[in-house]
Design a protein around this ligand. Structure first.
Ligand code: PMP
Length: 427
């Protein structure tokens, strides 16, 4: 694999951009490799600056459920840009996408558009605090909700502790308001809520955790959170930035039949352009400025190009059988990789919900952050490297989800499984 041009561009980028990248995961740091600089993509394929072609399972970290450059999305955005790329004034496109989101997602009665998932979760939490008049929030170790101060916190040692910031620059005093529980462990949540009775504004959770690899909720976990929140007057927020329109048209809440009070979205609803959204019960959403007092705003919020890409994408997702086909492809691929590992005598723990899947490099069950953290990340790095050399572009970390798109062909899947066979044998 030739990567001279990517290596040279990475060196150049490091002079002008911190770490050479505009988002840390792109740097390939955890696999000890230089990142590939991407020139273009089409369908299931992505091409780097050295002219290498890869089958892409990153999909821009989730948005590209149709694959890259779907002709309908490209045509819609091209037509939209000719009418103006931003007005800072309301448009009909915003109503259309809002109505589509409300129709799709069970918990959403009203919705506001923003420009990233981070903005969506940050704003949802402010609104939950405004609504309840409480300051504390509860999240789960290993769940990622963007980089707002309150959310850059994971568990301290032991079970239930006050938050410790993960990043310099997050004041201890902010982090203290973030309680961290264990994913899939209702008891850890009940304990924290009991110790902070009447003080917790919201519980925010990825209903299918996708940022510690893919970790599905155990039976009863989401239902238990729902009951607890109802009983304690806590706002339940499902962060469906990744799972929304991904695991089903109505997201994880449709799959598991549990309806939160609020939901955050991003990725797919922007069709590859920068979009996030948060929505929920009318009673809560109406507290948002200008109908209510909780402030939130954005120069580019509801941007016409982003709304257009989102509308075009959602229309394609509504087609009969879309999710069924994606499910079949994903099941075939994830089972094929698991079988390749088994045949090579290499133990992995395989997880999948719809088109989100992960091969954990561990023999044991992965159900939360502590069990995910036991994976052999060195072995994963070798696997990643072999897969890359075989033309398969995976996320450069054990703790990420792989995404299958509608553009992946049977041939792509076969090639990927054949590459995995080689990679597991190399371990
Ligand atoms: N929530 C979840 C569940 C996410 O996966 C992400 C991004 N991967 C975010 C929030 C943050 O979104 P963004 O990167 O658009 O700010």
């Amino acid at each position: 694999m030739q990567n001279g041009r990517s290596v040279q561009m990475f060196q150049q980028a490091q002079q002008s951009i911190p770490g050479g990248v505009n988002s840390p995961v792109r740097a390939f740091k955890s696999v000890g490799f230089d990142p590939l600089f991407i020139k273009k993509a089409n369908g299931s394929l992505i091409y780097d600056e050295d002219g290498n072609e890869y089958i892409d399972y990153v999909g821009s970290w989730g948005p590209m459920i149709l694959g890259h450059c779907h002709p309908d999305v490209v045509a819609a955005v091209q037509a939209a840009v000719a009418s103006g790329s931003s007005f800072g004034a309301p448009t009909g496109l915003e109503i259309t996408l809002a109505e589509m989101v409300i129709q799709a997602v069970p918990s959403i009665e009203m919705v506001r558009m923003v420009s990233s998932g981070t903005e969506a979760t940050m704003s949802a939490i402010r609104l939950a605090r405004g609504y309840t008049g409480r300051d504390k929030i509860l999240k789960f170790a290993g769940c990622y909700h963007g980089h707002a101060d309150a959310l850059l916190v994971k568990a301290g040692s032991g079970a239930a502790t006050f938050g410790v910031p993960d990043s310099p620059g997050v004041p201890q005093d902010f982090a203290k308001l973030t309680l961290t529980a264990t994913f899939n462990d209702l008891e850890s949540v009940r304990t924290l809520v009991a110790d902070n009775r009447g003080e917790v504004a919201c519980i925010i959770v990825e209903p299918v955790a996708g940022n510690m690899g893919t970790v599905p909720p155990r039976e009863g976990f989401l239902e238990g959170l729902r009951d607890l929140c109802t009983n304690e007057g806590i706002v339940l927020i499902f962060d469906e930035v990744m799972s929304g329109f991904r695991v089903a048209y109505g997201g994880a809440q449709e799959v598991y039949g549990v309806t939160p009070d609020m939901t955050t979205l991003g990725k797919i609803i922007g069709g590859g352009l920068p979009v996030g959204a948060f929505g929920g019960k009318r009673e809560i959403m109406q507290l948002l400025s200008p109908s209510g007092g909780v402030y939130q705003a954005g120069t580019l919020s509801g941007n016409p190009l982003a709304m257009t890409a989102g509308i075009a994408t959602l229309r394609l997702l509504q087609q009969e059988g879309f999710y069924q086909k994606l499910e079949e492809k994903s099941a075939c691929l994830s089972a094929g990789i698991a079988q390749a590992a088994k045949d090579a005598g290499y133990p992995i723990y395989s997880t999948r919900v719809g088109s989100m899947f992960c091969a954990f490099f561990t023999g044991g069950e992965v159900r939360d952050w502590p069990t995910a953290a036991q994976c052999d990340t060195k072995a994963f790095a070798t696997y990643f490297r072999v897969m890359l050399e075989e033309g398969i572009y995976l996320a450069p970390s054990q703790f990420e989800t792989a995404f299958v798109s509608a553009a992946h062909s049977d041939r792509d899947l076969d090639r990927t499984i054949a590459a995995a066979r080689k990679a597991f044998k190399a371990l």
